[in-house]
Design a protein around this ligand. Sequence first.
Ligand SMILES: [Zn+2]
Length: 411
Amino acid sequence: MARVGAAVVKTALSCIDEDELIELTRALIRIPSVVRPDDPGATEAMVARHVEVWLTKQGFDLEVQEVAPGRPNVVAWLGEKGAGKSLLLEGHTDVVTEGDPVEWTHPPFEADLVGGRIYGRGAADMKSGLAAAMVAAAAIKRSGVALGGRLVVGALVDEEGDMLGAKHLCTTAIGRELDAAIICEPEQNELCLEQRGVVWARVAIRGRMAHGAMPEAGVNPITALGALLHEVPALERRLRRLCRRSPHLRPPTVTPTIARAPVQGVEQPNVIPSSARALLDVRLTPGPDEAAVVREIDAACRRAMARCPGSTVEWEPVNGFRLATRVERTEPLARAMVAGVRQATGRRAVFGGVPGSTDGTILRTALGIPIVTCGPGNRLIPHQVDEYVEITELVDAAKIYVASALNFLQA
Ligand SMILES: [Zn+2]
């Protein structure tokens, strides 16, 4: 059964304090956590500290995991795993840059509350989701419900970068014992059982330097670069054939995002450079394994090389492979959440898909556990100016986490 007694859920739901949730979300937004590599003081540390203090005050056991200097994960838990399961409510503490603050109607780090919305960088992505996870866990704790397993809240660093926080968590004891995770990213509280994958293919192209007046004396890597870009639509078509179609995800795309030549030296109009560089942002839906994706990108590089004799076109993935993820609706976590949405909101669950990858991609790949992405905030609003979250969605998210966790952990 993926549903516990209505009374148990009702009791725990009544322990959610909406004002507390709103204030916690605003407090987290007011602590800027844009990671600026040239400023060692600009990390997630202050937000992590706030999370740690808050959870400690609620009486949670927790550990602070130093992932990198000044970049701590905070992981708190409730209950013992014992013979039961361990469920993670996951959020990240970093936010992307606010850009030019002048473009914001509501200042990016003031957490304005206007018209039922909270504004600010991270309002949707994802200090609201993180706050909802924390308040949900606190509500379960306050309700006194005995869990048939362990509920873990993870506030992780670096999701917007290399996902170091999630990678680190997977190497720790509490991480390795996880059985499932709810990723609290902004998906307007839809249940996303699928996430697109991403491979960033960094392509290095080599030719041979020569005088621009005598191209026959060299090999122009820009010609090979052009040939590679020409191959992009064919590569995209081939990947679309390999990948499964999904009603919730856009089909695979291949998008060149960097094209550069010369790579070294001074730009001069009469010099054929020796090398060029490109980056292809490859987005995938579930289906092919790593080897199959490698074969297709290899083939595209070989075809580009063949059009430019003498050149070499090679690629490597930046940051490894983040393949698409998918869990079935029959998975206990999915069933617990379908029931949870109904219990928490009185509505039927709506299914969706995640357009990009998340920390959940790492957890799914490294630990092999089922993940469902579900959190407050419009799916399209992250990384925009005047980012916001609707308070009704925020509150619903906390309720959904409470009911789903109780169902999954068989409270
Ligand atoms: Zn996010």
